[in-house]
Design a protein around this ligand. Structure first.
Ligand SMILES: [Zn+2]
Ligand SMILES: [Zn+2]
Length: 182
């Protein structure tokens, strides 16, 4: 992996994107750039569920023909789903070049709690690292602190870190870890 591109779908706070970019550059030690935002992906909207299909968003992203060594990460405030689940925080190709993450259920306000932007940024970074990990063909990890631990709710996200455990880290292409000091 030698470049990560962030592709906003729908409105995204500038601060959220720049925090995410900084975090991903730190975790993967590759440059990360923010692309001009796409409009809300109306094509992926499911009228019955009032949610957006992450799979259809991924399919649209694939048409952009991302070079094999790059990663394209969709970022959206919209609520995402796959048919068998109530919602998803994100979805990725396993392996592949594309992944998408949603901040919709990562805010404290979503759960009726006072806003905590820092916590929200941390959660988004963890989920972004997780989905990008899947694109690198890394499966779920049993280490609950590893970024590749599965998350079925924000409590699970808060338990883990944005970092790969020792085992998962060996699966990340070495070049991208050249500058990692941890
Ligand atoms: Zn996963
Ligand atoms: Zn792990």
């Amino acid at each position: 992996m030698n470049l990560i591109q962030l592709l906003p779908f729908g409105p995204a706070a500038v601060e959220t994107l720049s925090e995410l970019r900084a975090g991903l550059e730190r975790e993967f030690a590759v440059p990360c750039e923010i692309l001009p935002p796409e409009p809300e992906p109306a094509f992926a909207f499911n009228l019955t569920r009032q949610q957006f299909s992450s799979t259809e968003i991924l399919a649209a992203m694939l048409k952009r023909n991302t070079p094999a060594k790059w990663r394209l990460l969709g970022v959206t405030p919209l609520d995402l789903y796959i048919p068998i689940l109530t919602f998803v925080f994100g979805e990725a190709q396993l392996p592949g070049t594309c992944a998408v993450v949603s901040s919709h259920r990562l805010s404290q306000e979503f759960y009726g709690l006072p806003a905590d932007p820092k916590l929200q940024h941390e959660r988004l970074l963890k989920e972004a690292v997780h989905e990008l990990g899947h694109t690198l063909n890394i499966s779920h990890c049993e280490d609950y602190q590893c970024a590749m631990a599965p998350s079925h709710g924000v409590e699970w996200i808060d338990l883990k870190t944005s970092r790969f455990c020792g085992t998962c880290r060996t699966l990340v292409p070495a070049r991208s870890m050249l500058n990692a000091s941890r």
